[in-house]
Design a protein around this ligand. Structure first.
Ligand SMILES: NC(=O)c1ccc[n+]([C@@H]2O[C@H](COP(=O)([O-])OP(=O)(O)OC[C@H]3O[C@@H](n4cnc5c(N)ncnc54)[C@H](O)[C@@H]3O)[C@@H](O)[C@H]2O)c1
Length: 290
């Protein structure tokens, strides 16, 4: 493992400065959040939460961020974001792949490792809501559809990224997009497949964190609450009573914005969170505390 401690930080820096006049006091917290020259991958990075997380990785200095998603060609929103990132010297790349295909996702992420010589951060963000069906009638096919993306796909992505982190002997951060639906249920909705899949990835991350910790690879989950994206507005009428009800179910009394994924992404992907692994970070307006 090539990682090294960046030197005295915090009060240790204060002590160092008091003993060593050549040590210049300066704020270092933004350096800890910064990932210059690092390479990241984001599945589900063509739109919404995945694209937002890819953008923030570029903003904190990643040399290249690869967005991996199903469509053969990236969305207009991706293309605009790519151009925006290029203006401050970053690089967003688009790769078409299906996370449910283990061989394909391993090969494509291995190729990114070949091309870039490193992979430091991975966001397994691809996800589907699946069908809304009474739990007693939820079919094998419906369950297979949601589990294959949300569980199998998250595992295949995290495996592929972990292999590259270990291949290059660098510490890494793997973030799996879980959901508040992994620990609580969305009242009144028949989403047994989705809820089950999101619960599964919480334990997947803990399990991987235990196996990979000694290799310097951290694995955490990010559990968002209700964020305004097409994941839900495809199935629930936008601005309907349902959204108002959801907003009322957290202490902040509103749905989350995409940009509210930014700070936590920067923290989890960077050295600002080096002692955090196997944790579920909940960003939900407090949804789970009521
Ligand atoms: N929107 C929310 O309120 C919310 C809340 C909690 C968690 N999440 C999770 O965050 C993630 C992103 O959600 P979103 O709201 O941005 O949804 P979204 O539907 O906009 O994005 C999901 C992305 O995953 C991609 N994808 C689906 N199947 C794929 C496959 N087989 N291979 C590759 N890519 C595939 C889709 O093409 C899409 O771009 C999901 O895992 C979701 O479960 C969302």
């Amino acid at each position: 493992m090539k990682s090294k401690h960046p030197g005295p930080l915090g009060v240790a820096a204060v002590v160092k400065a008091s003993k060593d006049p050549s040590f210049t006091p300066r704020p270092s917290i933004w350096d800890e959040f910064s990932i210059p020259d690092r390479v990241a991958i984001v599945t589900g990075g063509n739109r919404n939460i995945g694209l937002e997380m890819a953008l923030v990785l570029s903003e904190i200095g990643a040399r290249a961020v690869y967005c991996i998603d199903l469509p053969g060609q990236p969305s207009d929103e991706f293309k605009l974001t790519k151009d925006y990132v290029a203006k401050f010297g970053g690089r967003l790349e688009y790769v078409s792949a299906d996370v449910t295909n283990q061989v394909e996702i391993w090969d494509k992420i291995n190729k990114i490792g070949d091309d870039e010589g490193r992979i430091d951060a991975c966001i397994a963000g691809a996800g589907v809501l699946g069908r809304e069906v009474d739990c007693l009638d939820y079919s094998a096919k419906a369950l297979e559809e949601v589990m294959s993306v949300n569980v199998n796909g998250a595992l295949f992505t995290a495996q592929a990224a972990g292999k590259q982190m270990i291949r290059f002997g660098l510490p890494g951060s793997i973030i799996i997009n879980a959901s508040i639906a992994g620990t609580t249920t969305i009242k009144g909705r028949q989403w047994v497949g989705y809820n089950t899949s999101k619960s599964a990835v919480l334990q997947m991350a803990r399990s991987m964190a235990c196996e990979l910790g000694h290799l310097g690879v951290r694995v955490n989950t990010l559990s968002a609450g209700h964020i305004r994206t097409t994941l839900f507005s495809d199935v629930v009428e936008p601005d309907s009573q349902v959204f108002q009800e959801w907003a009322g179910r957290n202490p902040l009394g509103r749905l989350g914005r995409l940009d509210e994924m930014r700070g936590v992404t920067a923290w989890l992907a960077s050295d600002a969170s080096t002692f955090c692994t196997g944790s579920d970070i909940v960003v939900s307006g407090g949804y789970t505390i009521w």
